[in-house]
Design a protein around this ligand. Structure first.
Ligand code: FAD
Ligand code: NAP
Length: 596
C-alpha cells in the first residue's frame, strides 16, 4: 500500500475538524489517568502512541480543533518545511516510512497536516484526544503524588505524569502596536492563520517582519496584492530552497535503505543528514571558498551552512559566507537602495537561517515596497494603515509575521505549580531551568518534550521529539517496574546542566545576536540561550548515560529498590555510535562541528 501525500481523505477530515465549531462534549471531572499530555502536535501524538503501546492510560488536551500543532495553526500562503520531507517525518515505523509518499522535497503545510492526521488515524490516537480544549492549570498534589489538570472547558482530571508537548514555536507573538485597534481592515498572524484561507486580490497589504514565515509568504502574497509593503526591523539571510517534485525513482532509492538514512541522521549534530565539508573556511583559498559557496548555494537550503566547518565558530570565517550571501542579494535585487536595505550585517546563521522560493526576487516587482523600521519603529496604526517616521502607509490588510514567544511562551500561558506551591513561571523568571531539558527540580513526574536545555529547535525537530519521548516513556516504565511514586531532578544536577548549556553556547557565534533563541525578539524576556547547542548525538549520548546509570541526577521516590538497572525498551534505537568523522571530540574541541 502506498499513501500519497497529495491531499486525500485525511486532509478533508482535518479540514472538517479544524473549521468546525467546538465539539459538543460534557466536561470530564474526577477521571484518573497515568498521564496527561498537553498538545497534539507531533510531540503529543508520538507520546500518546508510545504511552498506549506500553499500556499506560492517557488523556491528551489540544487547544486547536485538530492534530498537527504547528501545521494545524500555520496555514499562511507558502508555509512548508525547510528540512527535507524524507527526513522531516517520523522514523519510528518502517511501515509508515515505506507507505507514505512525500510529493515535494519540502512538503507544503497541507501535506504535512495530512500526514499528522494520517498518523493519528493509523495509530488510533484520536479517541484519546480532547480538541478545542486549553489546559489552564497543572498542580502537583504532594499527598496524592499526582498532577491535577484543569482546562478551559471545565475538565478536572488527575494523572501520575504531566507531559508538556506544548511546542517551542506555538505561542504567537502579537506586538502591542499603538492604536492597532483603530485599523479598519483585518490583521492576521501567520501562526494563527484563518482556516478558509485569505484572498488578497486587489488589496493593499502590509507584512510586518522578515523571518522565515514572512520570507515564505511574501512572494505569494505579492502575486495577489495590488501593493505589498514589507516592514523590516532586521534584514534576513536566506538561501534558495530549489524546491522540486520528488520523482518515484528518488523516493524508491531512499526507501530502499531508509533505516540507513535515519541512522545517519541520528549521528549528525543537526539530527538530519546532509553532506558537509569539515574544512575550515579560513584554511581555504579565496577561489576555493567561492567555488564551495557557489556549489552549496546551488544545492540550497539549510545545508548551505555546512559549506565549511568553522562558519559558526570563527567570525572571520563567518564574514566570508556573509559577504557571499550579500553579494547574491545585490545580484538578485535590481534597485540598489532596496538591495542595501535587504543586506543583513549580523552574523550569518546567527538568527535561524531562512530558506526561500523567490523572496528577494519579489522586491523587483513594481508594487512591492520595503520600509526600514530598524531605527524608526512602527509608530502606530491608523484606521487606514501604518505610520512610520511620520509617513502613513495606506493598507487594506496587515499580516503580522512577527513570530513567537519561543521555547517558553506556551508554558507561560499555563499556571503550573510544583511541590510546596512553587510556580514554574517564578522558577523560570530569569530564564528556563531544566535538567537535560526534560524535567525541572521541584516538579516531580513532569516532563517537557523538546524543552529548553535540549537540542530541540537546533535539531530536526521530529527526531528530537522522538528521542525525548522514547527516553521519557522508558523512564515512566522504569518507575512502574520499581513501583515508585515519583521522579524528579536533583537541584545540583540541574544547575550543572544549565551551566554546561550556557558554556557550550558561548563557543558558537549563534549566542551573539538578538534572536528568538535568546528571547530577544520580545521586549522584557530574559536573555539566555535556551536550546542546547552541543549537537544532537552528544546530547543523546548524555541521555543514554543518565539512563544507564539508573537515572543519574534524579531522585526516585517511593520504591523499595532504587538502584535496579532500567530496562531499555524504546531508547535502544538511539544508542548509535557517534559519527566520529563529524563529531569526534577533537572536532568539537576545535569548534568545527557545523550546527544548523
Ligand atoms: P507544536 O507543533 O507547536 O504543537 C504544540 C501543540 O500544543 C499546539 O497544537 C498547541 O495548540 C498545543 N498547546 C499549547 N499549549 C496548550 C495548552 N495550554 N492546552 C492545550 N494545548 C496546548 N522544525 C523542523 O525541524 N523543520 C521544519 O522544517 C520546521 N518548519 C517549521 C515551520 C513553521 C511555520 C514553524 C512555526 C515551525 C517549524 N518547525 C520546523 C518547528 C516545528 O514547530 C516542529 O518541527 C514541530 O512541528 C513541533 O511539534 P510539537 O508537537 O513539539 O509542537
Ligand atoms: P521570526 O523568525 O521570529 O520572525 C519574526 C519577524 O518579525 C522578525 O523579522 C522580527 O524582527 C519581526 N518583528 C517582531 N516584532 C516586531 C516589531 N515589534 N516590529 C517590527 N518587526 C517585528 O518568526 P517566524 O518567521 O514566524 O519564524 C519563527 C521560527 O519558526 C523560524 O525561525 C523557524 O524556526 C520556524 N519556521 C520555519 C519555517 C520553515 O521554513 N520551515 C517557516 C516559518 C517558521 P527582528 O528580527 O528584528 O526581531
Amino acid at each position: 500500500m502506498t499513501i500519497t501525500g497529495a491531499i486525500n481523505l485525511d486532509e478533508k477530515r482535518s479540514m472538517a475538524s479544524s473549521t468546525s465549531r467546538q465539539e459538543e462534549r460534557s466536561k470530564e471531572v474526577g477521571a484518573v489517568f497515568d498521564a496527561v499530555v498537553v498538545g497534539a502536535g507531533f510531540a503529543g501524538l508520538y507520546m500518546l502512541h508510545r504511552l498506549r503501546g506500553l499500556g499506560f492510560t492517557a488523556r491528551v488536551y489540544e487547544a486547536g480543533g485538530g492534530v498537527g500543532g504547528t501545521w494545524y495553526w500555520n496555514r499562511y500562503p507558502g508555509a512548508r518545511c525547510d528540512v527535507e520531507s524524507m527526513q522531516y517525518s517520523f522514523s519510528f515505523s518502517e511501515e509508515l516510512d515505506q507507505q507514505w509518499d512525500w510529493s515535494e522535497k519540502y512538503a507544503p503545510q497541507p501535506e504535512i497536516l495530512s500526514y499528522a492526521n494520517h498518523v493519528a488515524d493509523r495509530f488510533e490516537l484520536r479517541p484519546h484526544i480532547r480538541f478545542d480544549t486549553r489546559v489552564t492549570a497543572a498542580t502537583f498534589d504532594a499527598t496524592a503524588k499526582c498532577w491535577l489538570i484543569e482546562t478551559d472547558r471545565g475538565d478536572q482530571v488527575s494523572a501520575k505524569f504531566c507531559i508538556m508537548a506544548v511546542g517551542c514555536l506555538s505561542a504567537a507573538n502579537r506586538p502591542p502596536f499603538k492604536d492597532i485597534e483603530a485599523f479598519r481592515g483585518p490583521i492576521y498572524h501567520t501562526g494563527e492563520w484563518p482556516h478558509d484561507g485569505v484572498d488578497f486580490t486587489a488589496l493593499r497589504v502590509g507584512v510586518i517582519g522578515t523571518g522565515s514565515s514572512a520570507i515564505q509568504s511574501i512572494p505569494i502574497i505579492a502575486q495577489q496584492a495590488s501593493s505589498l509593503t514589507v516592514f523590516q526591523r532586521t534584514a534576513t539571510y536566506s538561501v534558495p530552497a530549489w524546491n522540486q517534485k520528488l520523482t518515484p525513482e528518488y523516493r524508491k532509492t531512499i526507501k530502499a535503505d531508509y533505516p540507513a538514512l535515519r541512522a545517519k541522521a541520528r549521528a549528525r549534530p543537526t539530527g538530519f543528514y546532509f553532506p558537509f565539508n569539515m574544512k575550515p573556511a579560513l584554511e581555504a583559498t579565496a577561489e576555493e571558498r567561492e567555488r564551495q559557496y557557489e556549489e552549496a548555494w546551488e544545492r540550497g537550503g539549510l545545508p548551505f551552512l555546512g559549506a565549511f566547518g568553522d562558519l559558526l565558530f570563527e567570525k572571520a570565517a563567518n564574514d566570508t559566507i556573509a559577504e557571499f550571501a550579500r553579494r547574491k542579494i545585490r545580484e538578485i535585487v535590481r534597485d540598489p537602495a532596496t538591495a542595501e536595505l535587504l543586506c543583513p550585517d549580523n552574523v550569518f546563521g546567527c538568527k535561524r537561517l531562512c530558506v526561500d522560493t523567490g523572496y528577494f526576487e519579489a522586491y523587483n516587482l513594481p508594487h512591492v515596497k520595503l520600509v526600514d523600521v530598524s531605527k524608526t519603529p512602527i509608530e502606530r496604526f491608523t484606521a487606514d494603515g501604518i505610520v512610520v517616521d511620520a509617513t502613513e502607509y495606506p493598507l487594506d490588510a496587515v499580516v503580522c509575521a512577527t513570530g513567537f514567544a519561543a521555547m517558553t511562551g506556551s508554558f507561560d500561558r499555563i499556571r503550573i505549580t510544583g511541590r510546596n506551591g512553587l510556580a514554574l513561571s517564578e522558577k523560570w523568571r530569569a530564564g528556563p531551568r531544566a535538567y537535560l531539558g526534560v524535567a525541572s527540580a521541584g516538579f516531580p513526574n513532569f516532563f517537557t518534550i523538546t524543552g529548553p536545555g535540549s537540542p530541540s529547535v537546533l535539531a530536526s525537530m521530529i527526531q528530537a521529539i522522538e528521542q525525548h519521548v522514547d527516553w521519557m516513556v522508558d523512564c515512566m516504565a522504569h518507575l512502574r517496574d520499581l513501583g515508585a511514586d515519583t521522579l524528579e531532578p536533583l537541584q545540583r544536577y540541574e544547575d550543572e546542566w544549565i551551566e554546561h548549556v550556557n558554556e557550550v553556547s558561548k563557543v558558537s557565534l549563534r549566542s551573539t545576536c538578538s534572536s528568538w533563541y535568546v528571547g530577544a525578539n520580545i521586549p522584557g524576556r530574559p536573555r539566555v540561550f535556551m536550546p542546547y547547542i552541543g549537537g544532537f548525538p552528544v546530547y543523546v549520548q548524555k541521555c543514554n548515560e543518565v539512563m544507564s546509570n539508573g537515572f543519574e541526577g534524579f531522585v526516585i521516590d517511593g520504591a523499595d529498590i532504587n538502584n535496579e538497572a532500567p530496562k531499555v525498551r524504546l531508547t535502544e534505537r538511539w544508542r548509535v555510535p557517534l559519527d566520529i568523522d563529524v563529531i569526534s571530540p577533537a572536532a568539537v574541541a576545535a569548534r568545527r562541528v557545523p550546527v544548523v
